[in-house]
Ligand binder design. Structure first.
Ligand code: URA
Length: 200
């Protein structure tokens, strides 16, 4: 059932023409990971390699993300990874407000179908979108990263743990230690949640 829903959603995303990015993309990048997924990581937008392959986080930011996951004993194929917009903005510019709005229904559906217990928005844009989705008020990313926030859906409670974006390491090397600390905190939260995400 859920696999069918994910397949249909991926088809809708890869054939989407809701915004201008559909005119310049090579491949849309719906996301990948287990179905359902307890851990749901959300980045900003596909880059060049993601556009070429149709897979999320396969470039430099992807290597950083894999190192961060490994630092707390997580493998990338055990978590769901996607981004707030599914098509690459030209020259990797920031996603525009109307592009995020056009794409956000896909993220909402992914959250609905994949039923995560912990959502990890990476970077300010993903964090703002997720906080607004769950009716939470968002502070500066420098203040909220590495903290757990409680959110509710109709059917369940979940946690949101915003972290810095892995690509920030490239533009701002001092952020690296903060990012690894964010993941250590995430690792502790996962432990405290009482279930193993590692050995399934
Ligand atoms: N950065 C993102 O936010 N998403 C990707 O898929 C790749 C890099």
């Amino acid at each position: 059932m859920k696999h069918d829903a994910v397949r249909k959603l991926s088809h809708d995303i890869t054939t989407c023409t809701r915004c201008r990015l559909s005119l310049t993309r090579i491949n849309a990048v719906p996301g990948e990971g287990p179905v359902p997924s307890r851990l749901f990581f959300i980045g900003e937008a596909p880059g060049k390699k993601e556009d070429l392959t149709g897979r999320p986080f396969v470039g430099r930011a992807g290597s950083v993300l894999e190192a961060l996951l490994a630092s707390v004993g997580l493998e990338r194929n055990k978590v769901y990874i996607t981004s707030i917009i599914k098509c690459r903005p030209p020259e990797n510019r920031l996603p525009r407000r109307d592009e995020i709005a056009a794409c956000s229904g896909y993220l909402d559906q992914q959250i609905e179908i994949l039923y995560p217990e912990i959502i990890i928005p990476m970077g300010r844009l993903a964090s703002e979108l997720i906080f607004s989705h769950f009716g939470l008020s968002h502070g500066p990313i420098g203040r909220i990263h590495g903290k757990a926030f409680h959110a509710k859906t109709l059917h369940r409670d979940l946690l949101i743990v915003p972290v810095y974006h892995p690509a920030a390491v490239t533009h701002n090397p001092p952020i690296k230690s903060a990012l690894f600390e964010d993941f250590q905190i995430l690792g502790t939260i996962i432990e405290e949640y009482g279930r193993s995400f590692r050995h399934e």
